[in-house]
Structure formats: C-alpha cells, structure tokens
Design a protein around this ligand. Sequence first.
Ligand SMILES: [Fe+2]
Length: 234
Amino acid sequence: MTRVSLYRVGPVDEATQSPRVVPGYRQTAIRSPALFQRRPHTLSELTAPREQAKRLAPLGADIAGHGANQAIGQLMHLRLKVVDEDGAPVGGTMVEMWQANAAGRYTHPNDDDHAPVDPNFYGAARALTDESGTLEIRTIKPGAYPVPDSNHWWRPPHIHFSVWGKVWLSRLVTQVFFPGEPLNAEDRILNAIPSAAGRESLICRAAPTSEGPSNALVFDFQLVVRGRAATPAA
Ligand SMILES: [Fe+2]
C-alpha cells in the first residue's frame, strides 16, 4: 500500500517570507524549521463554520485591572481592527495577545529578568472581533526588556498577537510596535522586515487624546490578514 502524506514538504518560496534566521538573535536559528509542512485547505476547511470560540473560550480583552487591583503602568486602549486585503472587516476573528508588564517582565516561568513582576497583571487576553472586525483591548503599555545572551539587545515595547483564521490550520502570529520608540530602530525582529513600509505596517497609531476615555491613551492598529496590504517580505 502506498502511504500518501497529507502534508506537502519542501522549501518555501522565500519571496513570501521574512528572513527566518536573524543575525544576533540566537533563538531564530534554533527554532526555524529547515523544511515546512503545509496541509492544503480542502473544501471542508474553506467552507466550515468557525468553531474556535467553542473550543477555546474567550477570556476577555480587559486586562489592566480595576480599583485596588489596577496594574501598574500607563493605562492604554488598543483598538485593533482585523481586515482582509480589500479592507473588508473580518468579524468573529479569534485574537490572542500577550505582553510584558510596564517594567518589561513577562508573567512566565521562563522570564527570570531582574524587572519586577506585577501581581495585578497577567498580560494575556483572548477575545473575538465584532462584526466590524474591531476589538478594543484595555491594558497597560508594555515596557522594554533586554534579550538574554544577546549582547545588549533590548526589545522595544511591543505586544504579541495571534489571529486565527476560519480553521485551526490557519493562524497568523505577529507583533505590534509603538510609534516614536527609540528602540524600534535597533530591534532585530522589527528590522528583519526589509522594507520601511513593511516595518511601518507593524507600528500602531496614537489616536488624539481627545478620543477614548480620559484616563487612557488610545492606539489604533489595523491588522491585515492576507493579500496586497499584508506586511511585505521584501
Ligand atoms: Fe516579547
């Protein structure tokens, strides 16, 4: 019997990818696959209803705390909008995010940096976009942090995002950066994107302070899940 693999194994089209091994960032060499495995989407994947929310319960998007349990840091609202290549909103999208606290420390056992943990800040959210493709996340602005064993590389403030497509086979993992941060110019991950326009597409926009609540800064970010307006690789 001939065994047919569901997975197509082979080299990828490099023109569609950012560099996987970033000089000076040791983990990229360790974690990058030499070969990619891609399972093609069949009719059932392309036409099936979204089921992520049934299997992965939303946790909410308000992670800044309240009252005596308020997280330390600059309160901010990030208005995320998920759109497709034509700018059409993608409602019902499962969005996950995680970030460091205001001191640049993750709530994770692997983070043993000197910066303090904030007992009132876990730093992760999971929620669905509404019909307009929008999700407003209430959080605190993350701090910068040094990358271990990297010869003085500090990550600029950033938030990690994971966006699920219609099925589990479809997932985009990316990072969102903040405008005007001096460390943006030195970040080895942000600058692994060759084009200035591509890097710019990962930086959120500061909304006028007249918008949103009076006690929080507001940032807008449009996340394009595919197509012409997606982050270019070259
Ligand atoms: Fe990070």
